[in-house]
Design a protein around this ligand. Structure first.
Ligand code: 13P
Ligand code: SF4
Length: 334
């Protein structure tokens, strides 16, 4: 697999990420023009900054984004998200160009499962089915039997025969939550997301006291102590749908703050309060997701770089468990 730091220095337009963008340009207009010129589709995750969400062709959770990548007829996929998401799009679309505005946009959860350590762990449990959360590298996917996301994980686990032991990687919080939901005992890899791990149960409880009419909603990457407080737990898309359909007028939202933009757009009459982390900040941004900016997005579409490149053997091995995930999700109507 390509080393992302080497890949940056190998860019033909050296240091183009530092190129200054003409401040007089209307970047929304320019990006729309580039989409048409290059037959490009712009896919964005809910954790991207509002301007990027507003210019995207599709905004979604990890499953929705992978499904869009699988069905697009575009020549170029511009992925406004993090590296593992763009990598998944490339695994599905080897013939298409996949670009990411900032190649350094990684993921602490994916980083928590280094390939060599995971290989050794897997070798100790050769009889286990390996289910990996999509937030992992292509190398980990290549060692997995099925990929899942937070929207389909329950269905994916239920697709494995009861008598087969399961390794779940890399998120221990999501894994522990799923063990409770499915009643399946799983061997958990000890990884976590730096954003969801630092929500403060104490501060959220205090906030709920100040807003007793608010419902607490949380992403399953949060720790159990926070999930215990939640009225609803789900993927980003599921959280968004819940805020639209639930009659409550106020929500305390325990996930990355980027999602509040769509929540406010879809239900402008409702109030959304970001759940506070256990530090001095009032809200909780993912530093990886927020590396992408509208300027970098424009440059990446213009120069068609940085591009995601994957070793073909790894790609082929990683495609199988992703395809299984897409097939199970389709059969389940997800
Ligand atoms: P979903 O959007 O699939 O819920 O995932 C959240 C996340 O942490 C993405 O990095
Ligand atoms: Fe990774 Fe967490 Fe950021 Fe999602 S929010 S990209 S899981 S570090």
């Amino acid at each position: 697999m390509v080393d992302i730091h080497n890949a940056i220095s190998a860019l033909p337009i050296k240091g183009f990420l530092d190129v200054e963008v003409d401040p007089s340009l209307d970047l929304f207009e320019e990006i729309e023009k580039l989409k048409k010129e290059k037959n490009a589709i712009l896919l964005a995750h809910y954790y991207q900054e509002p301007d990027i969400q507003d210019v995207a062709d599709y905004i979604g959770d990890s499953l929705g984004l992978a499904q869009q990548a699988a069905k697009t007829g575009a020549d170029m996929i511009v992925f406004a998200g993090v590296h593992f998401m763009a990598e998944t799009a490339k695994i599905i679309n080897p013939q298409k160009k996949v670009v990411l505005p900032d190649l350094n946009a990684g993921c602490s959860l994916a980083d928590s499962a280094p390939a060599d350590a995971f290989r050794a762990f897997k070798q100790k449990h050769p009889d286990h089915v390996v289910i990996s959360y999509i937030n992992c590298t292509a190398e980990i996917k290549a060692m997995s039997d099925i990929i899942c996301t937070s929207s389909n994980a329950k269905k994916i686990i239920e697709s494995v025969p009861q008598d087969r032991p399961i390794i779940f990687a890399p998120d221990r919080n999501l894994g522990a939550y799923l063990m409770k939901k499915t009643g399946r005992d799983m061997l958990l890899w000890n990884g976590a997301c730096m954003v969801h791990e630092i929500f403060s149960r104490q501060k959220i409880a205090k906030l709920k006291n100040q807003h007793p009419d608010a419902k607490i909603i949380a992403h399953p990457e949060c720790e159990e102590a926070v999930l215990q407080l939640a009225d609803f737990i789900g993927s980003t898309t599921q959280l968004l749908k819940y805020t639209v359909t639930d009659p409550a007028m106020k929500f305390i939202v325990a996930t990355e703050t980027g999602i509040l933009h769509q929540m406010q757009k879809d239900a402008p009459q409702k109030t959304f309060i970001p759940a506070p982390p256990d530090n001095a900040c009032a809200c909780n941004d993912c530093p990886h997701m927020k590396l992408n900016t509208l300027e970098k997005l424009y440059l990446c579409m213009k120069y068609e770089q940085p591009e995601i490149i994957i070793d073909e053997a790894i790609r082929l091995a990683a495609l199988k468990p992703i395809q299984r995930m897409l097939d199970i999700s389709k059969a389940a109507g997800l």
